[in-house]
Write a protein that binds this ligand. Structure first.
Ligand code: ADP
Ligand code: MG
Length: 350
């Protein structure tokens, strides 16, 4: 009967209105309570540092990001090879003289020694004097010089050692000056991620000059809720500034780092002389123009990107394949791209 139809229609209208109201309230709640993000950037460690955090509490985000940036700055100062910190002091002490180091510095030196051994010596933190010969000071000014072969030969011929002694002490031997430039930024990123985790935030990303680590997953707002999706980072194209070579999908907690010949270099005699040095030749490593490594921590990613860069495509990939949880995207001097076996199309697209 018509009366029954009218009542039903009114009920349906009522239900639709209620639905719309609930939806609107839900959207307001998502905007109000749902995950927000905060990103800050600073120039630190001679590079561009970016910290991003996601969470529901804007004040917690502010504190988390500020503390993480302060941590990157602290680590940068503590691990300077010429500054007033412990590493600078070790480098100024006479060779053979044992020095007490803060636990954090001793631990990173031990990690660096282990990675040096794993890489067959390609990663070598005892090359500070060689970097100076090429003009790659820590606060590099964009210039450089090609040393005479005799200077390089003299450096290569001199013994170089770093001895880690019990009780947190260490001494350097011979021509070794300690340069943690290829691992300290990764360590700073790992420390900053640890600081972010201590705050009431859901997820975060720290990037120090291409040394990245994430924690958690990006909360992507969907209607009333948020759905976590993995962090994605772009791999810089080594020859086209501002363009990406491809995109990497990171698993929660992973680190990634790129070493390239396109950031710190000078040109002389028609050659590009960059700052990653091959300890076998005493000259900038040839063979690769970019090396990106994904690893469980930013510290390992940083050191291994430098190690693979020195080793070149075949030996570099062999090293990566032998290490669990480590993957790489290498670009050789002819522009060919080498991808390790664990990076399927779902994790690296180009
Ligand atoms: P970036 O500093 O651009 O992230 P890397 O992580 O590759 O690049 O580190 C390069 C720095 O590491 C150099 O500036 C130098 O201080 C140091 N270094 C150069 N060659 C080596 C090497 N073979 N092993 C370890 N450290 C190196
Ligand atoms: Mg590195």
């Amino acid at each position: 009967c018509p009366k029954g139809v009218a009542v039903r229609r009114r009920r349906i209208q009522g239900a639709v209105l209620l639905g719309v109201a609930v939806l609107a309230l839900g959207l307001v709640l998502v905007a109000w309570l749902g995950p927000q993000s905060l990103e800050r950037q600073r120039l630190l460690l001679g590079t561009f540092v970016q910290v991003k955090a996601y969470g529901a509490d804007p004040e917690a985000l502010e504190r988390a990001v500020a503390d993480a940036i302060a941590e990157v700055e602290r680590v940068g100062q503590a691990f300077s090879r010429v500054g007033p910190g412990a590493l600078g002091a070790l480098n100024r002490a006479a060779p053979g003289e044992a020095m007490a180091l803060p636990q954090e510095v001793w631990d990173l030196l031990e990690r660096a020694q282990a990675l040096g051994a794993q890489s067959g010596g390609a990663f070598d933190v005892k090359l500070g004097a060689l970097a100076d010969l090429w003009g790659f000071a820590e606060d590099w000014d964009g210039t450089g010089r090609v040393p005479d072969q005799a200077e390089i030969d003299a450096f290569l011929a001199a013994p170089r050692g770093l001895e880690l002694l019990p009780g947190g002490r260490a001494r350097r031997l011979g021509a070794a000056t300690i340069d943690l430039g290829a691992i300290a930024k990764g360590h700073a990123v790992d420390r900053a991620i640890a600081v972010l985790r201590q705050h009431a935030v859901q997820a975060g990303l720290v990037n120090a000059g291409g040394n990245v680590r994430v924690f958690g997953q990006v909360p992507e707002p969907v209607l009333f809720w948020s759905v976590p999706r993995p962090f994605q980072v772009g791999v810089q194209h080594p020859r086209r500034p501002g363009e990406v070579l491809g995109g990497l999908t990171l698993e929660a907690g992973q680190g990634v780092a790129t070493s390239g010949d396109y950031q710190r270099y000078f040109e002389a005699d028609g050659l590009r002389h960059h700052h990653v040095l091959d300890p076998r030749t005493g000259r900038p490593a040839r063979g690769l123009i970019s090396s990106t490594v994904v690893a469980p921590t930013a510290t390992e990613a940083d050191a291994l990107s430098t190690a693979t860069f020195v080793l070149g495509p075949q030996a570099g990939l062999a090293l990566v394949e032998a290490l669990p949880g480590v993957e790489a995207v290498l670009v050789d001097a002819d522009g060919r791209i080498w991808v390790s076996s664990g990076l399927d199309a779902a994790r690296f697209t180009f």
